[in-house]
Write a protein that binds this ligand. Structure first.
Ligand SMILES: Cc1ncc(COP(=O)(O)O)c(C=O)c1O
Length: 412
């Protein structure tokens, strides 16, 4: 038997052998869950692992589903800084708020954690064409990893995706197909195309890909010197971040390395918040919502994959919560984070921080709780939504008196 013991359906527990390369449960249509065998890890393994000098997610390769390590495609992803500043703590009233700065991943978003594993697994499978439908960040990430793996990448995007993200996917050499209509409509064509053309699916419906985001648990555990956060807040669309981070912490608990689990928090933009709505209704399943307008374009998914239902289950099981925030709260978290922590996140990427501020204000999170917010995408990926004052300025003539006048005007 290899590293992957089996794949299980999270709903009916049906087991599917890895050799079948099946992604969904044939009965429930849930995305299968990869079970990596950790039973052979000895008592002294923790010391051995922590001594490894590998600043990537692959430091934890025993926990990841790639059997043949020569198939690993790495661009140096992982071990992003866990940032705490006094200024951010003071501004939010959260004394122990830490921000996992995933804007610094190789293609500038959290997608690199999952695609590093998804594409490496694809290489092991002998895949030639990797495909994804994307709100932008997955397009760039799949394109980069596929390029380095020597695969073709086909990315399908909604025609109104930020030009910065599209350009990024293009420079890595992906075949980009813009499709008219909102993401949810575009995604249904993608699913049909995967069937039709036999592409390797790099969406959250690929169970191997999810495993990469378990690295949130492994890295934060190490960066916090073994302390488990009281709250972990993720900006989500499909929900993979919440499901995988929680799974990673459950694996650590199974090994006896931690005693408790974090409370998981789903953060979404209020205008498009299917998981939040399901949580508020007390439902057991996420049902689609109409995607309203929001600046959080990367997580504007009204009809998420069944992974979102798992995120809902994990939020409930962990004693966490789900929060929808407004565009005003997102904008204000974006500038606060930039000015107090030096982190420039895209609107979707800072929804976690906006949620933390809201949860503190309503008394759900206490000021001395240990809180980790993932900031999941770089602000340079979506500059079009910024206050125009940051983008354009009225030039002055090259004279000192003109400079003095402008300074007086601006610094009044
Ligand atoms: C910046 C950003 N944050 C968060 C997400 C949500 O990721 P998921 O819900 O799949 O963990 C996405 C993409 O969907 C994204 O691009």
């Amino acid at each position: 038997m290899g590293k992957v013991r089996t794949l299980t359906c999270p709903k009916c527990q049906r087991e599917v052998p890895p050799a079948e390369r099946q992604f969904f449960c044939a009965d429930c249509r849930m995305i299968l869950d990869v079970q990596v065998d950790l039973s052979h890890l000895s008592a002294d393994f923790q010391d051995k692992l922590l001594r490894r000098q590998d600043p990537t997610i692959w430091k934890w390769h025993e926990f990841l589903p790639v059997e043949d390590l020569s198939c690993i495609v790495s661009l140096g992803e992982g071990y992003t800084p866990l940032v705490h500043t006094e200024a951010l703590a003071a501004a939010t009233g959260l004394e122990r708020l830490h921000v996992k700065n995933d804007t610094l991943l190789p293609t500038g978003s959290l997608k690199d954690r999952s695609n590093a594993v998804g594409i490496s697994k694809g290489k092991e499978f002998g895949v030639r064409t990797a495909a994804v439908v994307s709100t932008g960040n997955a397009a760039a990430s799949v394109a980069a990893y596929a390029a380095v793996a020597g695969m073709q990448a086909v990315v399908i995007i909604s025609a109104d995706t930020s030009q910065q993200k599209v350009a990024q996917a293009g420079i890595y050499g992906a075949t980009i197909i813009p499709v008219e209509g909102p993401y949810d409509q575009v995604a249904s064509i993608y699913r049909a195309a995967v069937e039709e053309f036999g592409w390797y699916d790099c969406l959250s419906s690929n169970p191997y890909r999810l495993e990469g985001k378990k690295s949130y648990a492994f890295e934060t555990w190490e960066q916090l010197d073994g302390e488990v956060p009281d709250w972990m807040i993720h900006c989500i669309a499909g929900g993979a971040g919440v499901v995988a981070a929680y799974k990673g912490y459950r694996e650590l608990k199974g090994l006896g390395w931690v005693e408790k689990l974090p409370r998981m928090v789903v953060a979404q933009a209020d205008a498009c918040a299917p998981v939040v709505r399901a949580f508020e209704r007390g439902a057991d399943e996420v049902t689609p919502v109409e995607a309203g307008e929001t600046i959080a374009e990367s997580i504007r998914v009204g009809k998420p994959s069944p992974m979102a239902t798992r995120a809902l289950w994990d939020v409930k099981a962990s004693g966490g919560t789900a929060v929808g925030v407004s565009d005003d709260e997102i904008r204000s978290a974006q500038s606060l984070l930039a000015r107090t922590a030096g982190i420039f996140g895209e609107p979707s990427g800072v929804v976690s921080v906006a949620a933390a501020i809201r949860l503190k204000a309503q008394g759900t999170i206490r000021s001395d709780d240990l809180v980790v917010c993932t900031v999941s995408g770089h602000g340079l990926k979506q500059v079009g939504v910024l206050d125009p004052a940051y983008l354009v300025s009225r030039p002055i003539p090259a004279r000192l008196d003109a400079l003095r006048a402008r300074l007086e005007e601006l610094m009044r």
